[in-house]
Ligand binder design. Structure first.
Ligand code: ACO
Length: 327
């Protein structure tokens, strides 16, 4: 059994933020950002995340030539949900009228689309028919715009796809190293409780000092993890699928830094032509990066039916994962 992609969709905010725009708020330059990351522009919105998620979801369902009632499961990934509860998936289920679907979110940061693809495969094995995967992120909501080391990296966007049972096979290799949890995190703001003293969590967990609600990242540590994780994710997923990385038609990596992708490609002995990258235009949109790049490469004809595709991501947790399927 495999996972067949029936349709894909995306949604981006209209506002394009250039590297030059950042030079007005932090000490940086277009040259530094391009050379160190490969990013030229990113999109940002002041709208709720569910606005992007809903549009991407509707586009994917229409592209699959289905109606929302045909969907039996919605899995959403986001680190910037508009509500603590309910889940983004439930909000979207209601907004698009997918009344026959159960719906929930998973929290797996930038690797989350790979994890939902893996979950979708298991649900398909259990008899689910049409599964809608949505990754929607408005990282601008949790970006510290005073921290030049992180604020230039992130963007907003959403990608979605509908998957069903296929015949092309599927394999995944997922991993986690929670000892790195303190290298990349965003702490939730604490509520005042009238009956007890609210503890300072930093004294308990010894995570680095960071503002509530915004991303803290030890860039160098995450970079080291990312390079190894990306190569391992591709290699292990290929091995489980029964092929070598050289037999892949395409790799769609998490778009965090073009240098991470180049280093992983070298380690895998693959040409960069095999990697689908659009970080220059959109920056790091966390879990949305992979479905956005997937949609782009399917729609412009690069990815063709029958080709073998590996998606590979890494992110806060620290987590990583690779998955191979036939398009
Ligand atoms: N403009 C100019 N200078 C900068 C900027 C900037 N925007 N940001 C940092 N610098 C400076 C630093 O202060 C440092 O200066 P110093 O030498 O005087 O101290 C110098 O540039 C070099 O800093 P490094 O952190 O060593 O730069 P590096 O080449 O490692 O690039 C980066 C930083 C781009 C963050 C890189 O480490 C990286 O990509 N890390 C991985 C990030 C990642 O993959 N995140 C994924 C998960 S994100 C998520 O899950 C939402």
């Amino acid at each position: 059994m495999g996972v067949k992609i029936l349709g894909t969709g995306v949604c981006f905010p209209e506002t394009v933020v250039t590297n030059g725009d950042f030079t007005r708020i932090v000490e940086t330059s277009d040259e530094w950002i391009v050379k160190r990351t490969g990013i030229h522009t990113r999109r940002m919105t002041g709208q709720p995340t569910y606005v992007l998620a809903e549009e991407a979801a509707k586009n994917a369902v229409a592209d699959a030539k289905l109606s929302p009632e045909d969907i039996d499961l919605i899995l959403c990934t986001t680190v910037t949900s508009d509500f603590i509860t309910p889940s983004l998936a439930c909000v979207i289920q209601g907004r698009i009228g997918a009344k026959n679907a159960i719906a929930y979110d998973i929290n797996c940061a930038c690797a989350a689309f790979v994890y939902t693809m893996d979950l979708a495969y298991m649900y398909l094995e259990h008899g689910y028919k049409n599964i809608l995967l949505i990754s929607a992120e408005c990282l601008s909501k949790i970006t510290d715009f005073e921290d030049r080391g992180t604020c230039v990296l992130f963007g907003d966007g959403a990608g979605a796809c509908v998957v069903s049972r296929g015949e092309g096979g599927f394999a995944s290799a997922l991993g986690c190293d929670g000892t790195g949890a303190n290298t990349l995190f965003a702490r939730r703001h604490r509520n005042d409780i009238p009956f007890v003293d609210v503890a300072d969590p930093q004294e308990i967990d010894h995570f680095p000092d960071a503002k509530d609600n915004t991303i803290y990242m030890d860039g160098r540590e995450v970079y080291k993890f990312a390079v190894g994780a990306m190569a391992t994710g591709v290699r292990d997923a290929c091995e489980k699928f029964g092929i070598t990385p050289g037999e892949l038609d395409w790799v769609i990596p998490h778009q965090a830094n073009i240098r991470i992708v180049q280093t992983a490609a070298k380690e895998l002995g693959l040409s960069m032509d095999r990697f689908i990258c659009n970080i220059a235009a959109y920056g790091n949109t966390s879990s949305a990066c992979i479905p956005i790049a997937l949609d782009e490469a399917i729609k412009d004809g690069r990815i063709k039916r029958g080709q073998k595709v590996c998606i590979v991501g890494f992110g806060a947790g620290l987590v990583y994962g690779g998955a191979v399927f036939e398009y």
